[in-house]
Design a protein around this ligand. Structure first.
Ligand code: SF4
Length: 163
């Protein structure tokens, strides 16, 4: 589906929050670019919000350092259902060159469920916006299902990571 077709299916304004789980800041700068005058995603109703308690979408950058593991879980668990997770950048998607580093618990899908992967180092702002637009489809499906997304992610994942 083309980017502008995706925007047509926006059921409501998307409120987005971000978590830097240990990125070099490259991906985060590209996310900031999406709200700059050139891309201005707020005109499509996508708004960056400062608290996970108000957000529908969580954008995660970075490969998830051991220090950030519990913080990422806490942010995810604070978000109301339905919610979707978009990972931005190769580090968060796969660990990239940091894969299996002694200081990492990531990539992100080792810790929390991921709905959309946006690859690149860093990805272009257009790719990030497209990733968030794809999240709309997932949100719509979750809305229609009307089912809770289950218990907080936590101990079981921590056990899996420790293996
Ligand atoms: S994917 Fe590239 S730009 Fe993004 S956090 Fe990793 S090294 Fe930095």
């Amino acid at each position: 589906m083309k980017f502008f077709d995706m925007l047509k299916v926006l059921p409501k304004s998307l409120w987005v929050t971000t978590c830097n789980s240990g990125s070099c800041n490259g991906c985060d700068i590209e996310i900031v670019a999406t709200i700059s005058p050139r891309y201005d995603i707020e005109r499509f109703g996508m708004k960056l919000v400062g608290t996970p308690r108000h957000a529908d979408v969580l954008i995660v950058t970075g490969p998830v350092t051991k220090f950030m593991h519990s913080k990422l879980l806490r942010i995810y668990n604070q978000m109301p259902d339905p919610k979707v997770v978009v990972v931005v950048g190769n580090c968060g998607c796969s660990g990239d060159v940091f894969y299996k580093s002694y200081s990492l618990d990531g990539p992100v899908d080792n810790i929390i469920p991921v709905d959309v992967y946006v690859h690149g180092c860093p990805p272009r702002p257009e790719a990030i916006i497209e990733g968030v637009a794809k999240a709309v489809l997932k949100l719509e499906a979750l809305d229609k299902a009307g089912e809770p997304q289950g218990e907080d992610v936590g101990d079981s994942v921590l056990e899996r990571v420790a293996l």
